[in-house]
Design a protein around this ligand. Structure first.
Ligand code: SF4
Ligand code: SF4
Length: 372
């Protein structure tokens, strides 16, 4: 790890106060309804202090941590995706005037600066994939771009991955990519026993660091950080090492798709919690006045009945086809679209699947088939 700066935990509030003073709406992790979610924050007292999570396929719970750290947990059901790609938003409105003319008015993107504290390495990796989708194609999404340009990201390196995490095997964690020009996090924190290592990864991050009374990190701090990194890299799950893309494409008629479909509820939880999924639907909502109508975009899922409906035909009418679509897109055709897999190993789809379907197990089945 590069030498950086250190500050004691009681200065975390000063960081938050400085951001609020500079006009940022601050978003941070907090415990709500038995899970860690992201919401507005003004005080470090709102952070999940001394809390850790326990995750397994289809299971999530919070416990008292053996430490008094603020970030001694892996992740909750949300990544930072909803802060950039809104779950539901109005794109435009149409209105009919008294002479019958129809006019259209687009909704203005929100330009308020926002700072999110507590994003994880997998969240940053997923955001970079969404950047490719929303910003680096022929058409740029103005709503995503406005939020992205106004989002300051204070990431926290993971010290305690969940049983369902496998970011180490996808190359996306547990520590944030520390190249300064990686266009991801602005500031990266590593929580030590009694304080934080802090590094700026952008010019905006450097400016914020200037407002804090920091000390140079010591050899002991860096050793503690390295030991946290190596502990967090030991994860219980991993992606299989064979050529997943060609194997999946060669096994489109495998009986495994039907076997998984006997469990899968087609509920779409996996796609809702996945930080890289970007499928959406668009709908018009007419107002009761009969003259105006609003056009909304909202998250959709490849598991929904309507998502593959095209001109009178539902192309993927069976759950086996939908699960196959999800897995082959995420781990195979995504390479053709974006040059990498669509999975950053956050494990959320495993934890939040109500019947505990595990993508690493689904993929391992095809490894077994290869050996047949
Ligand atoms: S596929 Fe599952 S493990 Fe991979 S990024 Fe999506 S939610 Fe996370
Ligand atoms: S894999 Fe699990 S979370 Fe995804 S649709 Fe099926 S039952 Fe729901």
């Amino acid at each position: 790890m590069k030498p950086g700066y250190y500050f004691q935990s009681d200065l975390l509030q000063l960081l938050l106060d400085n951001l609020l003073r500079d006009g940022y709406t601050c978003i941070g992790p907090q415990v709500r309804d038995g899970a860690i979610i992201f919401d507005r924050i003004t005080s470090v007292a709102q952070l999940p202090h001394g809390v850790s999570d326990e995750q397994a396929p289809g299971s999530y719970s919070l416990n008292h941590s053996t430490t008094s750290k603020y970030f001694d947990w892996a992740n909750g059901p949300q990544a930072i995706k909803p802060l950039l790609f809104a779950p539901r938003e109005k794109l435009w409105q149409s209105a009919q005037s008294v002479d019958g003319q129809i006019s259209f008015k687009t909704s203005e993107p929100d330009l308020k600066p926002m700072a999110v504290i507590g994003a994880r390495a997998c969240d940053i990796a997923a955001m970079k994939i969404q950047d490719q989708h929303f910003l680096q194609q022929q058409f740029v999404d103005p709503y995503y771009r406005a939020r992205r340009e106004n989002l300051l990201i204070i990431a926290v390196n993971c010290a305690r991955p969940a049983d369902t995490c496998f970011c180490h095997s996808t190359g996306d964690g547990p520590f944030v990519d520390d190249s300064v020009d990686s266009n991801g996090a602005d500031i990266v924190l590593t929580e030590l026993q009694d304080g934080f290592l802090i590094e700026a990864h952008s010019n905006q991050g450097k400016k914020i660091l200037k407002g804090l009374p920091l000390h140079d990190s010591t050899k002991q701090h860096l050793e503690e950080s390295e030991s946290i990194k190596s502990g967090a890299s030991k994860q219980n799950r991993q992606l299989p090492k064979f050529d997943i893309k060609s194997r999946l494409f060669n096994e489109l008629n495998d009986e495994a798709w039907h076997a998984i479909a006997t469990k899968c509820l087609s509920c779409g939880n996996c796609t809702s919690v996945c930080p890289t999924c970007f499928c959406h639907s668009e709908n018009d909502v007419p107002e009761l006045d009969g003259k105006t109508s609003s056009h909304y975009r909202e998250w959709d899922s490849c598991f929904s009945q309507g998502h593959s409906y095209i001109h009178g035909i539902t192309i993927r009418s069976e759950t086996s086809q939908r699960y196959r679509q999800w897995l082959t897109h995420k781990f195979a055709s995504w390479f053709d679209q974006y040059g990498r897999s669509g999975c950053v190993g956050c494990g959320r789809c495993i934890t939040w699947c109500p019947v505990g379907i595990d993508v690493t197990e689904s993929l391992a089945h095809f490894e077994e088939r290869r050996r047949d």
